[in-house]
Each structure stands twice: as C-alpha cells, then as structure tokens.
Ligand binder design. Structure first.
Ligand code: GUN
Length: 291
C-alpha cells in the first residue's frame, strides 16, 4: 500500500500561522521581534536561503534584517558585528549563514554569539540544554522533524527510532528529541555495519546522511514513518532526498517528500525560535509549549 504523505509545505504553513498569531500579540504590546541574518560571501545557494528567510520574516511580521558582508571580510570584523548585535536590544535572533569562508573560524563565531539569540540552536549551551532535557533554543530542523512525525499520529513510546546521520545540527539533536518522547533510539552512520538491516528495524526512520536515494525499499519496515532530511541531486540533476521515495513509499505508512517535506519546516521553526527568543530575552511569557 502506498504511504501517506507528511506534507511539510502545508504543515509549515500552519506553524507560520501560529507564529504570526504570537507576533501580532507582541506587536500589539509594542514589541516587534527582530531576526538578524549575517551572510558572508557570494555563495549562490546561501544567498537564496538568506533571501527566503527575509521573505518569511516579512510574512509573519518579524523585523528581518540581512547583513551582507563581502567574501574577504576579516574574522575580526565579523566578530565585531556579532558583538554589536549581541548588545542591541532590538535584536532577538542572530543567524550566521553557513558555510563561512575558510579564513573564518566557525568555532570563534559560535563563541562570540549570545546563546539567548542563537535561533539556529547550534551553540554548545543550547545543545547542552537539550542533552539534559531543559529546552533552550532547539535546532530548527530537528524540531521541524518532530512536528512532522507528530502529524503521523504515531505513539513514540517504546518504538524503535533509527536516525541515519550523526551531525551536530540534525542527527544528534533529533535522536535526543526522539528519546525524550520515549522512543528507543539508534544513531547509525556511514560506518555502521549492516546499515540496511538496522534501518529495516525502525518504526521511525530519519535519513540525514546526504546520499541521493540511498535508502531503498528493503531498508524500510512495513508501516514505518520515514523522514527524509536529504537534499541531493539525482543522476538527472533532479532534486531528491536520501530515500528512494518510489520504493520506500510502497512499504512505509507515512513518508516525507523531497522537496516539500523537512525543508519548509526548518524555516518555519526558525521564525518560531525567533519569537521564543524574543519573549525569553524580554522577560515575556513563553509563547509556545515546546513540541
Ligand atoms: N546553511 C544551511 N542551512 C543552514 C542553517 O539552518 N543555519 C545556518 N546558520 N546556516 C545554514
């Protein structure tokens, strides 16, 4: 039986509407959340991502500001800008678009950023809070993944969840969030033995490994929820995920498409994090119950 689609486009629209309701309430109190995005260099994909973030802010009433810096910007100048943003009371969220040019240390940039404004949820303080079960700002893609899985209606308790990919920004935080919901987790990766068999045991399978159509039909358990974080090009140059959608959707009960699955959720959760950061920083009540 063909799987049902977890529609990230529609669900992200719902999240954006929830965010807009909260922004409207804040604006009525004289507070406009502000998100500052810093782009260094001319990477065309990054330029598109940053433009989309700006447009998304505008649609929900967040004051989105983009700082475009030339490729040759020195590390010291970038750190100085971050310092300035850290002390500006109107700046609720700061996002430094990655990848950075090679001469700039990501570690130093992270160290210079105020964790209360880390709407990416990438800083050690926020990742550490997630580890000990106290939410700070949760990374946008993992938070969006959880919302997609929620939409399947699956009861996480005791289920086997397999995350393929161990990145700090997707694989690890997603596994922690799944564990928090009482799933039993395995984190697999390119060096895992018998990867296909491990994947095929999963009630919830999250693929974040970055290889086009790697997850075949026989890697998927009958009735599983399959979340595809991949964003790759296939042999014809067409956008595709880490999952072979045609094969996997014959086995799964629920599956995310690429495009239109996880991608739109990431940006919606960035907006949501900006509102969360805004309220926390300004001593206002938390606008969302985390989930
Ligand atoms: N580059 C690609 N995706 C992201 C993201 O989610 N956050 C940042 N900061 N950079 C990115």
């Amino acid at each position: 039986m063909a799987a049902q689609i977890l529609d990230g486009k529609a669900l992200s629209q719902q999240v954006r509407e929830e965010v807009k309701v909260e922004v409207d309430k804040l604006v009525a109190q004289g507070v406009q959340p502000g998100l500052h995005v810093v782009l260094v260099g001319e990477d065309p994909a990054s330029a598109i991502y940053v433009r989309n973030k700006g447009k998304a802010c505008e649609k929900v009433g967040i004051n989105g500001v983009t700082h475009k810096l030339p490729e040759e910007t020195s590390e010291a100048d970038l750190l100085a800008l971050l310092n300035q943003l850290n002390s500006d009371p109107e700046v609720d969220g700061i996002l430094v678009q990655l990848p950075l040019p090679k001469h700039i240390s990501e570690e130093k940039v992270n160290a210079a950023m105020d964790p209360a404004r880390d709407v990416d949820g990438f800083l050690p303080v926020n990742l550490g809070k997630l580890l000990i079960g106290r939410h700070g700002l949760v990374a946008c893609t993992p938070a969006g993944i959880m919302r997609l899985i929620d939409a399947s209606g699956i009861d996480y308790k005791g289920k086997r969840a397999v995350v393929i990919g161990r990145s700090v920004i997707v694989g690890k935080p997603t596994a922690l969030l799944l564990m928090e919901r009482h799933a039993s987790i395995s984190i697999c990766h390119s060096r895992t033995h018998d990867l296909a068999q491990r994947a095929a045991e999963a009630d919830i399978l999250v693929a974040a490994i970055g290889r086009a159509k790697m997850i075949k039909g026989d890697w998927v358990k009958e009735g599983a929820v399959v979340i595809d974080v991949g964003m790759n090009r296939d042999e014809d140059g067409k956008l595709c995920g880490d999952v072979d959608f045609a094969e996997a959707s014959e086995k799964a009960a629920w599956i995310t498409p690429v495009p239109g699955g996880v991608g739109p959720m990431t940006i919606a959760y960035l907006l949501r994090n900006t509102v969360i950061a805004c309220c926390a920083r300004r001593g206002l009540p938390a606008p969302f119950v985390y989930r």
